[in-house]
Ligand binder design. Structure first.
Ligand code: N01
Length: 471
């Protein structure tokens, strides 16, 4: 998503000499890799689209993953970006030498470039749980982002470990398609009811004829997100969080009839603390006669199933690992070496950090989209990347105009930003008593702890005093 966006915007701004490296044989990022049953985006489709490429043909308010993948393929094709992608060519090393970046790729080529934009994603590297015996399972076993579509599921016993957004979607889509479905839950989730109507052909025709209607719709959804949810999550005393919680509680009461199951599904932390989940099918799916929710802790995986702390073994044919992602990896395992031989691994020895989520001291002319500590989880990542790119292009322009030849954040600017960020993070809903991928190794949210409005303001133009400009 952000790589395609970069190509389009670079082209538009007149920087036509660019290359996009893609490790896979197909574009699409998240939507190429996540093809599990039920995959969809919980940001409304008219917001989860590039502002400059509205799509009148979205099938639903929240469209399925395959449609989103097709959208990115079409945009990349229509804007002439596809032909600029070097597929199956992973950048393995990136070193800043004599004022330029030397790139090495998996195909053995060495390229030299002035700027690097790392558009490598966040929720990307599968997190495999350290559960004893996982490698001993004799049935089929895969992580949700590595779904093996050759494995038949109908008529088989399928188990899913995890209850994040991914597992909830899978449960909704798969439970009634298999012989027996078992969901292993470590922590219950708050579930918001989701209304996901299909757009009628008349509505789509209206969007085609009047693209301004799509813009109005997009703007209104964006304003609603920014003013409501994205503002509430950074203020743990927000009354909106109470309203969300009561909607979720009502959803649980209304949807789950068995009191025992209801209690197993009831979270004991504040709604919004973990990534809020929306679903109109999860509770219904779990109440199918062939579905089972297991809340006892997993003790180990055995060759034919999962053994829990009560001593019971659930025999399974297929085990799906829905345990999320290692969100501190970013562009790694790429070897990144900045000015004077400084290694990214050293710069990030404690944990990833970047000034305004975009630039790292001593890594001049190297910028990130959806890098560390950005507003991931509060808004559409497309608009986040779009704003970041607009900011990055102003840094690039500084060099292109001859004002300097190298530009990156000052170390003191990053330090001050981090101090301010950590302080603000204490007010967010993410620290109100739950565990989630938002938290770093210290338990401090690794995401933008301010409003989206503030993010937009900070991205509008760089504060040049925060920058080290050389040459
Ligand atoms: O991953 P997660 P995800 N034993 O990290 C459990 C986006 N997304 O792939 O809560 C047992 O959220 C863990 O349990 P606990 C969205 O931003 C969006 O589901 O830590 N269980 C948790 O239940 C989302 O937040 C969409 O106790 C273990 C689960 O695994 C992000 O991607 C759809 C365990 C991990 O949940 C990641 O979602 C899908 C263990 N050892 C994804 N280790 C939409 O747009 C972990 N768990 C709708």
């Amino acid at each position: 998503m952000s790589g395609i966006l970069s190509g389009i915007k670079l082209q538009e701004t007149g920087y036509d000499d660019y290359v996009i490296y893609e490790k896979a044989d197909r574009l699409g990022g998240t939507w190429r890799e996540n093809r599990y049953a039920g995959v969809a985006c919980d940001v409304p489709s008219h917001l989860y689209s590039y502002a400059f490429a509205p799509n009148p043909n979205w099938s639903h308010r929240f469209s399925p993953g395959a449609e989103i993948q097709a959208y990115f393929e079409k945009v990349a094709h229509d804007y002439g970006v596809e032909e600029r992608i070097r597929f199956e060519e992973e950048v393995t090393r990136c070193e800043f030498k004599d004022g330029r970046w030397q790139l090495e790729t998996s195909k053995g080529s060495s390229d030299e470039v002035d700027f690097v934009i790392a558009a490598t994603g966040v929720l990307h590297h599968p997190n495999l749980p350290p559960i004893e015996g996982l490698d001993k399972f004799e049935g089929e076993c895969f992580h949700t982002a590595r779904w093996d579509h050759s494995v038949p599921l109908a008529g088989r016993r399928v188990g899913v470990i995890g209850t994040g957004s991914t597992a909830i979607q899978i449960t909704g889509a798969l439970a009634d398609q298999v012989e027996h479905f078992t969901l292993f839950q470590r922590t219950p989730q708050w579930i918001m009811p989701q209304d996901n109507p299909a757009y009628t052909e008349a509505e789509r025709e209206e969007f085609r004829k009047h693209p301004e209607r799509m813009k109005e719709l997009r703007d209104s959804i964006a304003a609603m997100f920014a003013d409501n949810f994205a503002t509430a999550v950074v203020d743990s005393s927000s009354p909106l969080l109470d309203q969300i919680e009561s909607l979720c509680r009502q959803n649980l009461e209304d949807s789950v009839s068995d009191p025992e199951l209801r209690e197993k599904l009831r979270p004991n932390y504040r709604a919004g603390c973990k990534r809020l989940i929306m679903s109109d099918r999860f509770y219904q799916a779990l109440q199918q006669p062939n579905a089972e929710l297991v809340t006892e802790a997993i003790e180990r995986i055995e060759p034919n199933g999962v053994r829990t702390s009560d001593g019971r073994l659930r025999e399974l044919d297929v085990l799906v690992i829905a345990t999320g992602f290692r969100v501190d990896r970013f562009m790694r395992p790429m070897d990144v070496i900045g000015r004077d031989g400084v290694q990214l691994e050293e710069a990030w020895a404690d944990r990833p950090a970047a000034y305004l989520s975009v630039t790292i001291p001593d890594f001049p002319n190297f910028y990130m989209l959806n890098g560390p500590n950005g507003p991931v989880g509060n808004f559409s990542l497309i608009d986040v990347a779009d704003l970041q790119l607009g900011y990055i292009l102003q840094l690039v322009e500084k060099v292109a105009s001859g004002a300097c030849s190298e530009i990156s954040a000052e170390a003191v600017a990053l330090q001050a930003f981090e101090e301010e960020r950590v302080k603000a993070a204490a007010n967010t809903v993410w620290v109100t008593g739950c565990n989630s991928w938002y938290l770093d190794d210290r338990g401090i949210p690794a995401v933008w702890p301010w409003t989206f409005h503030r993010f937009r303001e900070r991205m509008a133009s760089p504060d040049w005093s925060a920058y080290e400009m050389v040459g």
